[in-house]
Design a protein around this ligand. Structure first.
Ligand code: PMP
Length: 296
């Protein structure tokens, strides 16, 4: 079913509208100039995991793009919860998006209205479930994450996803599930919608998020690993080092914790640390998880 023709309601500028009526005009600034920011959140057992952190990041992403969302984080939290309740799902994906409207056309958008919409749908698995447990296959992307002086790399801004879609398409054409992108310096950065981790000799290594999204799942997984007494090293990682790592996994709200079996010519096993963190993450997201675990 196409995404513009589903059942239910979408929260749109403060009111619920029938799903098919949640539209924008073709002369919307965001469509022409990528003046939009969004979030991806997941609810488990009717509770949105780390909702406050996600909605704070949404407001912060908008500020980085020089616009102010006309709702407080508390109001956005409540709107997300109400939309989830109205859709009637206990496990679901939540997509808030804020964008500049159609009052002015041209690069300048000083007087465009800022809109906010929230859609909720069921998205059980980001990667093919059968492939996911064996470890997915990644290609090395041609496109690189930009220098923070070139783009607002800390914002979850729609414009930054142009290179993600191009990289993901190129990988999919070659039969891969996703692509690993390097940054402008040639260091390992992230996948097109998830952060990346490696394991060697019982130690976790992950790139320092200085020019890409410091994922909320990434921070959760680092906390879970440390709670297990596993050492986590955040540092610059070069592609030449990939041959030395034993395990690899990626993580993100949609992807959760997903093992990686291959990156181009490099091979990894789905090992103990990866399996442990997959299980620990699925336990932490449950509403019944002890506070210390969920806060990790
Ligand atoms: N990097 C990119 C490019 C992403 O789109 C995402 C998903 N939002 C992530 C990393 C992971 O972020 P999070 O764990 O906050 O969902």
């Amino acid at each position: 079913q196409p995404f513009d023709m589903r059942d239910g309601v979408i929260w749109y500028d403060g009111a619920f509208v029938p799903w098919a009526d949640a539209k924008v005009h073709v002369l919307t600034h965001a469509l022409h100039y990528a003046s939009a920011v969004f979030e991806g959140e997941r609810a488990y057992g009717g509770v949105i995991f780390k909702m406050r952190e996600h909605n704070q990041r949404l407001v912060e992403s908008a500020r980085l793009l020089d616009f102010e969302i006309p709702y407080t984080v508390e109001e956005i939290d409540r709107a997300c919860e109400e939309t989830l309740a109205r859709q009637g799902f206990s496990d679901a994906y939540i997509r808030p998006i804020a964008w500049r409207g159609s009052e002015m056309m041209g690069v300048s958008a000083q007087h465009n209205k800022i809109h906010l919409a929230i859609a909720v749908w069921q998205w059980p698995s980001y990667f093919d479930p059968a492939q996911r447990l064996k470890g997915i296959r990644l290609d090395l992307a041609q496109w690189r994450r930009p220098d923070p002086l070139t783009a607002p790399s800390k914002a979850k801004a729609t414009g930054l996803y142009m290179i993600c879609t191009m990289s993901k398409h190129a990988a999919e054409r070659k039969g891969y599930a996703d692509a690993l992108m390097l940054d402008w310096r040639g260091q390992v950065a992230e996948c097109t919608g998830a952060n990346i981790f490696f394991v060697k000799d019982g130690v976790i290594h992950t790139p320092t998020p200085d020019c890409f999204l410091d994922g909320i799942t990434r921070r959760t997984v680092i906390g879970l690993a440390k709670a297990r007494g596993i050492e986590v090293v955040e540092r610059a990682i070069l592609p030449e080092e990939l041959s030395g790592f034993e395990q690899c996994f990626i993580c993100g709200t949609a992807a959760e914790v997903t093992p990686v079996a291959e990156i181009a010519d490099w091979r990894f096993t789905v090992g103990d640390i990866t399996s442990t963190l997959m299980n620990d993450y699925m336990a932490a997201v449950q509403p019944s998880a002890p506070k210390a675990v969920a806060a990790a």
